[in-house]
Design a protein around this ligand. Structure first.
Ligand code: BGC
Length: 529
């Protein structure tokens, strides 16, 4: 979630009769477009930032520095708060919009929230593509961020409620995979548009985000709201009719009754956020927040946002910088596929720990090459070393993409119990966007001050997160959600101290909830991803 994550409150895992109906297919397309837009927005800014025509128009100071680095040197060419704001404003706006979106998804429904998201995207894209000044550019990015906040809240929720249980897990990963495809697509577009003569290539790069934005908006106009959302808002008959339509069968009574019951019980949990702070929810909460902070402290978005700028800083030249970004984008996509296949075989811990070692060494090697070879005031990184840097960046990106990337979203979504899952996911998304914003706003200044040491800084974090994983992240592979407390937390050397059965109000509500919900045994945890 991807930055979205799947956060529904689905019925306990009985498999109901369900066909893959056209509406389910439309939903899959929406999952794809939701992820694609988010990825595209992540990937597009770096390439555009590195385009001379774009710099000349909006950041003339940076443009002059790229031509003549002067006393500030290569590492500081791009150190400009406005330039960083162009990238980071999207995430700050997304963070703020998430709070409104969690209200509208409940009060207005998933469909209208997606529509609001789509409209924000369209206006944002228009402002960006037509930008005449910095204000238009930044306001456009802020609107795109609002789109991200609304879409990332509603799309995953909508999908997990529409999709038959058996494909729900797959859809979650599809969203993450599409984020990486969106990033790669943006890198490819930038590579092409940078060659356009006449100085409008960047407009095309920013404007092409309009295609998935239009798809999402028209999708939201076409689909009906999810039965869960209709039932939640008291429209029982309509909810039933929609359920019949999306499942493609008349035999929907058992699922309908369970949805009504789940909605009734969910309403009984009056204060999900307060509940989240209860002692017995501490392990999940700490791990979810830590995973998100650590995910960003790997330095991944320094690469995703600024790869072309970074490669240019190293003296690659514009063209080489942009195609190197395409290579890292492709590695990101392929390695995410590796994760899909291995996560339930080798387990979460193995992936996280292996990636820790791989990320650490690649970052240290990058730092050494840069420290030895990139002089502050010359442009010549020997070709062999330049290739080695790209290989090491790819090694780093691949490790991230099969571990911290998808698992940062997967682990929270499979460890929060049903009654705090929505609130837990909102916190996860907000922490992600907050730290993404910080990295986007700070990286180029950090590069200027730390120089090659920035990679040692990130590698230090990788050591910290690997130690955290070793001691504090338990294996959750193949553990059904309702058995998480017994099989995972109560067995863990540290977290078990939070599992004492002290009585409190919400614990009682939880017992009631679990009992009423049946918490069927043999329930497939991957259906909740
Ligand atoms: C992260 C994003 C990152 C992306 C890279 C996601 O899991 O949350 O911040 O840009 O992976 O593929």
């Amino acid at each position: 979630m991807p930055a979205g994550g799947f956060s529904s409150v689905p019925p306990a895992g009985v498999e109901f009769e369900a066909k893959i109906t056209p509406i389910v297919i439309v939903s899959c397309v929406m999952a794809a477009t939701g992820g694609l837009i988010f990825g595209y927005d992540i990937g597009v800014s770096g390439g555009v930032t590195a385009m001379p025509d774009f710099q000349k128009k909006f950041f003339p100071v940076v443009y002059h520095r790229t031509i003549n680095p002067g006393t500030e040197g290569n590492y500081c060419k791009y150190d400009n708060q406005g330039l960083q704001l162009f990238t980071s404003s999207l995430y700050l706006a997304g963070l703020t919009a998430t709070f409104f979106a969690s209200y509208t998804t409940r009060a207005l429904g998933r469909r209208l929230t997606m529509l609001i998201g789509g409209l924000f995207f369209i206006v944002g894209v228009v402002l960006n593509g037509a930008a005449q000044n910095l204000a238009m550019l930044i306001i456009g990015r802020i609107l795109l961020g609002c789109g991200v906040g609304f879409a990332n809240q509603a799309v995953p929720l909508f999908l997990s409620e529409i999709a038959p249980t058996r494909i729900r897990g797959g859809l979650n990963i599809l969203f993450q995979l599409n984020v990486t495809i969106g990033i790669l697509f943006a890198n490819l577009v930038n590579y092409g548009t940078a060659k356009i003569k006449g100085g409008w290539g960047w407009r095309l790069s920013l404007g092409l985000a309009g295609i998935p934005a239009l798809l999402l908006t028209s999708g939201a106009l076409l689909v009906v709201d999810s039965p869960t959302s209709l039932i939640e808002r008291g429209r029982l008959e309509q909810g039933k009719a929609v359920l019949r339509k999306i499942r493609g069968t008349d035999n929907i009574e058992p699922e309908f009754l369970e949805l009504v019951e789940a909605s009734r019980l969910a309403k009984q949990v009056k204060h999900p956020f307060r509940d989240l702070l209860q002692r017995r929810n501490r392990p999940q909460l700490v791990i979810a927040v830590a995973l998100q902070i650590f995910q960003q402290c790997t330095g991944i978005n320094a690469i995703m946002f600024y790869a072309p700028v970074l490669f240019d800083t190293l003296g690659f030249g514009n063209d080489a910088a942009l195609y190197s970004a395409v290579i890292t984008g492709a590695v990101n996509v392929l390695s995410t596929v590796v994760s899909i296949y291995s996560v339930d075989k080798v387990g979460r811990r193995v992936l996280l720990l292996e990636a820790g070692v791989q990320m650490f060494f690649s970052q240290v090697i990058i730092a050494i090459i840069l420290g030895l070879k990139v002089k502050d005031h010359s442009d010549d990184l020997h070709k062999g070393f330049a290739i080695l840097v790209v290989v090491m960046v790819c090694t780093f990106v691949s490790a991230f993409a099969w571990s911290w990337g998808p698992l940062g979203w997967l682990i929270p979504s499979e460890t929060f119990p049903l009654e705090t899952r929505s609130a837990g996911q909102s916190v996860t998304v907000c922490v992600n966007l907050l730290f993404t914003f910080i990295i986007a706003q700070a990286f180029l200044s950090m590069l200027c001050h730390f120089k090659f040491g920035i990679f040692l800084f990130f590698s230090g974090w990788v050591v910290v997160m690997s130690i955290f994983t070793l001691f504090l992240i338990p294996e959750t592979k193949n553990v059904p959600i309702e058995e998480m407390a017994e099989r995972v937390w109560k067995q863990h050397w540290f977290w078990r101290r939070f599992m004492d059965d002290e009585y409190d109000e919400t614990a009682a509500a939880k017992g009631d909830f679990a009992e009423k919900n049946g918490h069927a045994k043999g329930y497939d945890p991957t259906s909740q991803l």
